[in-house]
Write a protein that binds this ligand. Structure first.
Ligand code: AMP
Length: 355
């Protein structure tokens, strides 16, 4: 593909904060952005040149979107597979490829795919009934986590099973096809963020160390407290996935680091990631700019980290402290322009650099 000239329009499926930060990065490189979202007044649409508000299954609206943009990318992986198919049928170029989206949407397909590439995962089993769950618990053991196969995020759609008493009735409580995963007593959680360009070039960021509260990312720090071998193993996993999909764009893999230094993959996100927000101030090229460069067939930028980093998510009412955070010379404040504050909702983040 020829590099897209500045002034071209990049289409983004999804209107959340990731789309907002992608749109800002695209604007810095001289692109216009057109957002397609089913949400009126979305965080991304308020910084984009154009927004189409429509249903993700509305083929006429998608065809209109496809006509207006030079390439389509996504800011969330739960875009229906039919959406990408309709866009391709309408002549759009879609990056990353719809297959990566489809696999990342289903926790069972995702773990099967990672295992087939030789990337370790927790032991897992597909669960379609209480009987399946009981058989799987016998094989995998307890503690374990029962998750919905699809549409789970930020710890939603998950039930922790510690004892046999938790297993009774758990499938009905989940209320959807599931996956049982063995519980990994990890030492730390990390993520590898890497990008692949149209020409196959790959760049990667330093490993991010992540802490969660109630299943939601709360804090990312760098450097991660791991040795070079762990960083190397994480990069190897990312490279395998990038090559397998002939991937174009930024990809994230969340990993558990075990006591012996081995890595177990939790999930992959075919997109920019919350644990990479630090790259806006903390790396020579942010993950958002990197993704835009990749989908626009531009050369990738250097991912060099500039400082020690602490990134804190502002969840729910945390963002009410915006004035104090704005007054803190050590905190770079980002607010996502969400109209309502709700418990558990990502409202913004701050990045602290120790240079
Ligand atoms: P997820 O939505 O699958 O990323 O899960 C959210 C968080 O729950 C993860 O970041 C982990 O802290 C924890 N978690 C998920 N799966 C497992 C597992 N198999 N073993 C241990 N902790 C897990």
């Amino acid at each position: 593909m020829k590099p897209l000239a500045p002034g071209s329009t990049i289409g983004i499926l999804g209107g959340g904060q990731l789309g907002r930060m992608l749109a800002i990065a695209a604007a810095q490189l001289g692109f216009d952005v057109c957002i397609f979202t089913d949400e009126p007044d979305s965080p991304a649409s308020r910084v984009a040149a154009k927004t189409i508000v429509g249903n993700y299954l509305d083929t006429a609206a998608l065809a209109d979107f496809a006509r207006r943009v030079a390439v389509v990318t996504t800011e969330f992986e739960n875009v229906p597979a039919q959406t990408a198919e309709a866009l391709i049928a309408a002549g759009a170029r879609v990056a990353p490829c719809p297959n990566a989206l489809a696999i990342a949407q289903d926790r069972f397909d995702e773990k099967s795919f990672l295992q087939a590439l030789g990337i370790a995962t927790p032991p897992f089993a597909a669960i379609n009934s209480q009987a399946d769950l009981e058989t799987a618990v016998e094989r995998i053991g307890l503690p374990a986590i029962l998750k919905t196969r699809r549409l789970g995020y930020d710890g939603r759609g998950q039930i922790r099973l510690k004892s046999e008493a938790d297993v009774a009735g758990a499938y009905a409580k989940l209320g959807a096809p599931g996956i049982l995963e063995g519980f990994c007593a990890f030492e730390r959680e990390v993520s590898i963020i890497a990008a692949r360009g149209w020409d196959g070039a790959i760049v990667h960021y330093d490993l991010c160390e992540n802490e969660h509260e109630g299943g939601i990312l709360s804090r990312t720090t760098l450097p991660a407290k791991v040795n070079a071998a762990v960083q190397g193993a994480a990069l190897e996993a990312a490279e395998k996935v990038l090559h397998a999909f002939d991937y174009v764009g930024v990809l994230t893999i969340e990993l558990f680091v075990m006591a012996d230094g081995s890595l177990i993959a939790n999930e992959m996100a075919p997109r920019v990631h919350n644990s990479g927000h630090w790259t806006i101030e903390g790396a020579l090229t942010s993950q958002f700019e990197q993704h835009i460069r990749a989908v626009a067939a531009w050369p990738l930028g250097p991912a060099t980290r500039l400082a020690q980093i602490e990134m804190l998510n502002l969840i729910g009412e945390d963002a009410d402290a915006w004035l104090a955070l704005a007054a803190d010379p050590n905190a770079r404040l980002h607010l996502y322009g969400k109209r309502d504050t709700r418990a558990g909702r990502k409202m913004g983040h701050v990045t602290k650099l120790i240079v």
